[in-house]
Design a protein around this ligand. Structure first.
Ligand SMILES: NC(=O)c1ccc[n+]([C@@H]2O[C@H](COP(=O)([O-])OP(=O)(O)OC[C@H]3O[C@@H](n4cnc5c(N)ncnc54)[C@H](OP(=O)(O)O)[C@@H]3O)[C@@H](O)[C@H]2O)c1
Length: 242
């Protein structure tokens, strides 16, 4: 374990609001199911912000192919993207889940032992297509994050990145400007997630409290995607008045 990782873990353990202190401290995160558009986009954006990212997949070969293609496409950027299995991606204090809603609980259950005591950042949304509109799909516990927390009681679940359009996030030649709504029941998990988000230039992490708010945040994504469909746009969310 590197000195920076030890330092970062210490900050998380003592519950210091790390967002302000985090600047300049290197960190590594793993992303489960990072080979889709959303996972690749977040991997690129975090790596472009100086974070080492393990690009997780069920198949190491698939991850290697995707990482090679991304490094070739952005060869001028010196990105620390590393191929990994989903299991290897769990070997980090902070692990992001970028699996689709219908598969994520199955994927995470297989990784449950590796995720104990870790911060698991869900970027998962649940939606379904009804005609030409996307509707939010509401899981039994109110949100995908609440489902994850119930499935993995020894893991500290938070949410972030739900509202960021993958295409815009992946274009690391352009600045991304957005507010990112973060919530978690565990305060240290929320602080660590916000610190990671704030490493990305142009993103502002907003503390939205506990996981009880994950449902409305996830459901809001369907509204934003419908705006994109209706206005042929790629909107991001901004909160006024703070
Ligand atoms: N697209 C966006 O703009 C956006 C924005 C914010 C949040 N999100 C959320 O981010 C998540 C990922 O979105 P995405 O469009 O990137 O998803 P995706 O392409 O459908 O899937 C991502 C990865 O999940 C793994 N996977 C797919 N089906 C699986 C299955 N049945 N069992 C196990 N693993 C499976 C695959 O990775 P391997 O084959 O490599 O294992 C796949 O590459 C979703 O929950 C979405 O709601 C998306």
């Amino acid at each position: 374990m590197s000195l920076s990782q030890t330092f970062y873990q210490h900050l998380v353990l003592v519950g210091i609001p790390v967002a302000a202190i985090q600047k300049g401290v290197l960190m590594r995160v793993g992303i489960i199911s990072a080979t889709g558009p959303a996972g690749q986009a977040v991997a690129l954006r975090l790596a472009a912000s100086g974070i080492e990212v393990q690009v997780g997949s069920r198949s190491l070969e698939k991850s290697q192919q995707i990482v090679s293609a991304l490094l070739e496409e952005w060869s001028d950027k010196n990105l620390a993207l590393l191929p990994a299995t989903n299991e290897q991606a769990c070997d980090n204090e902070l692990v992001i889940c970028a699996a689709p809603a219908e598969a994520c609980l199955d994927v995470l259950y297989k990784l449950r032992n590796l995720l104990e005591e870790k911060v698991l950042v869900s970027m998962v949304n649940a939606m379904f297509l009804a005609g030409k509109q996307l509707h939010p799909w509401i899981p039994a516990r109110g949100s995908m994050a609440a489902e994850m927390q119930a499935l993995l009681p020894k893991t500290k679940v938070s949410i972030a990145f739900q509202h960021l359009p993958a295409g815009k996030v992946a274009d690391i030649a352009s600045t991304l400007t957005a507010d990112v709504l973060v919530c978690a029941d565990d305060v240290t998990a929320r602080n660590a997630t916000m610190a990671m988000v704030e490493k990305v230039t142009g993103l502002r992490a907003l503390n939205c409290g506990g996981l009880a708010n994950a449902g409305p945040i996830e459901q809001m994504t369907a509204v934003l995607v419908n705006l994109n469909i209706i206005y042929k746009s790629h909107v991001t969310l901004g909160i006024l008045g703070l």
